[in-house]
Design a protein around this ligand. Sequence first.
Ligand code: GLV
Ligand code: MN
Ligand code: MN
Ligand code: MN
Length: 425
Amino acid sequence: MHNPVPVADKLRSDAPPRIDGARLLDRLDRLAEIGAGENGGVTRMGFSEADREARAHVARQAVEAGLTAAVDAGGNLLIRRPGGHHGSGRPPVLVGSHLDTVANGGRLDGAYGVIAALEVLQTLHEAGAETDHETIAVAFANEEGSLFPQPFWGSMVFAGRLDALPSEPEDYSGKPLREALARAGGDLSRLASATWAPGSLTAYLELHVEQGPVLERLDRTIGVVDSITGRTQLSVQVHGRAGHAGTTPMEGRRDPLVVAARLVDAVQALAREEKLCRVATVGRLDVRPNSPNTIPDLVRLDVDLRDSDPARLRAAERTVRETLATLARAGNVRVSVDAGVRTAPVQTDPAIRDAIAASATELGYAQLTLPSGAGHDAQIVADIGPVGMIFVPSVDGVSHVPAERTAPDDLVAGAEVLLRTVLKL
Ligand code: GLV
Ligand code: MN
Ligand code: MN
Ligand code: MN
């Protein structure tokens, strides 16, 4: 006997699954409590205790949702659907971002992309959805490099860029990464076990807050990222001669802080006046001994240069090095420069861009194609597979500050587009 399927049920089963928006927003609220400061900011620097707590928290939520959670040797948290492979033999689609933050940063940078990835996986799991490929959620370790100055640590391990990483990394105070990584479930001696080969992913998708003003100004809900900025980080040391602030004559002083101050000014002028690169920043300065009545003996500062053109980045770096050498001669101090991470600009994959754009259109969201001025794990993963990024608007365009916010409806919209895109790939 023929049993017709009730129309309502049929509609339900044919309709693509949808994100549980309330659950997504609640999870973001709860995650923001880990590392919360008094001023509304969040501090979860990579491999700190708060970072570990956040990663354990998200892993627990995954397991409670019936998913599996594991940490690779690089400290990346990988969340999967149980029961082996959901897919027809194509390589997995990886979806995620990072859970670590800058010092006193916002609640969404990175965290949003990870929680949305968890929601996508849980939604697929609850719907019993069969996809052409396995979908895996990831929280890459230490994207920001705020405590251990190796930004993109986890994605660099994942993409097999082990040669570009220091062999015994340390944090800014000299504490070894080896121990912090072990506490987080990783293993510095086995990093190679965490690398994925070129061609091993169908796609990597990262959903992120824009961190800039463009989508808000143009009143678009979804950003389709076409390129991610290149970045060169230089770690500069200026060695001078310490002395008493009251008794050391001005004549003959070798004051590293004076040289550093001149360099700070020269770095911003490089972008603002000379237009050698798009933006140039000194965001961190260490003064030793940092005492009000002592001429310092050592100043360390980090220079951050960004541009979409690698040749311009190289020229800007050359200028920083030449300027520093000139300033050092004039100030009679000794300087050294270590290149931190040099991250190449990347283009996102055109087919993934199309899938994101089509998903946004189907869901009725206004969209815009735009570049990313911030760095993202996606530009590292691009070494081994096609990548795509989805942006949602940032209120007032601010990020890396406690005021970082995105309207709740936009947060849900971005996750819906992420889910729809995963189903299209
Ligand atoms: C990377 O996190 C950046 O600062 O853009
Ligand atoms: Mn950031
Ligand atoms: Mn980020
Ligand atoms: Mn970033």
